[in-house]
Design a binder for this molecule. Structure first.
Ligand code: SF4
Length: 316
């Protein structure tokens, strides 16, 4: 019996998370909660249901969710349309999702076996071979489902497909070790060197992540390092200098590339659909000036001898 994982998205022909053309599986569950996360539907390891009010037909014209719900008082309607589900009363939204005739209730997450994943993967084998691509798992934190990832990657290797694991590294070392023999490339973030900032904006101190980055590099793994450049969190030059010191001293500069990803307001509507607050509300960025600042940061890393790019395009 092949392992089963909880996946919330599968994308084919992606180009951002690893070399070449890739098939990417996004797995549910994350131990961190970055304030700028564009995938809040990934945080909870369980299958979830979100509300897209604009797609609701209206409780007078439809009302199917009210009829299907054991606790109709858990459903809030605004201007006749479903606006919110109180999940302290509704423990499983599947009955509402099944009842809804429109896309007003969206399911985030579904089960997939390794065999089912491999059927998707093998459709694109020719593209991987021609482009130097393969399969990526991301999240959320895919290594919360490390047994599933290990089995999926073993199946990929058996089929001659390259594998890439994008992890926060805020997981137990046993999970990283489990996938290491079948992972060709790791991708991980180094969000900030300031552990208090890490704790307040990301949800935990950075010690575990820094330790695991070093252990992965010391084990000889291929690592793409990323910094999501976030205004007011990690874009100050003190943090940039401390990051360069860490890469050169503790990682011995042995990374494939450092990629800087500029802050973007993405996924705001998903927070709304899940009734979650968006952590970057009110943060405004003057795009041109911020991009110039990110370019300056990249220049600094390059001046320290670190191969650094803005974005994800060049990564060989
Ligand atoms: S079942 Fe769907 S479309 Fe109908 S009232 Fe409920 S949310 Fe709206």
């Amino acid at each position: 019996m092949s392992q089963t994982g909880i996946v919330f998205n599968v994308q084919r022909y992606t180009i951002h998370d690893g070399p070449g053309l890739r098939t990417e599986f996004f797995l549910k569950g994350c131990p961190l909660h970055c304030a700028w996360c564009s995938n809040p539907e990934s945080w909870d390891p369980k299958i979830q249901y979100g509300v897209y009010s604009s797609k609701c037909i209206g409780k007078d014209a439809c009302g199917a969710c009210l009829e299907a719900c054991e606790h109709p008082e858990a459903l809030t309607f605004k201007k006749g349309r479903l606006a919110r589900i109180d999940y302290s009363l509704v423990t499983d939204g599947k009955e509402l999702y099944d009842a809804c005739p429109s896309d007003a209730i969206k399911q985030w997450g579904y089960e997939m076996t390794v065999d089912e994943c491999m059927k998707v993967v093998l459709k694109d084998k020719g593209y991987y071979e021609r482009s130097g691509g393969g399969v990526t798992v991301s999240g959320g934190e895919p290594l919360l489902q490390s047994e599933f990832v290990a089995d999926l990657f073993a199946a990929c290797h058996e089929a001659g497909v390259q594998t890439c694991c994008e992890s926060t590294f805020h997981v137990g070392w046993d999970a990283i070790e489990r996938v290491m023999p079948v992972t060709d490339i790791f991708i991980s973030d180094l969000k900030t060197m300031d552990t208090e900032m890490h704790r307040s904006r990301i949800g935990a101190g950075n010690e575990l992540v820094l330790d695991h980055l070093q252990r992965v590099v010391d084990a000889g793994c291929d690592l793409i390092l990323r910094i999501p450049v976030i205004p007011g969190v990690n874009d100050g030059m003190d943090n940039v200098r401390a990051t360069a010191d860490f890469i050169l001293d503790r990682l011995h500069g042995r990374i494939r590339v450092l990629q800087l990803l500029s802050f973007m307001r993405l996924g705001v509507e998903k927070y709304q659909s899940l009734g979650m607050p968006y952590g970057m509300r009110g943060v405004k960025v003057e795009r041109e000036a911020f991009q110039a600042h990110v370019d300056e940061i990249a220049d600094y890393f390059c001046s320290r001898g670190i191969h650094c790019v803005v974005g994800t395009k060049e990564r060989q």
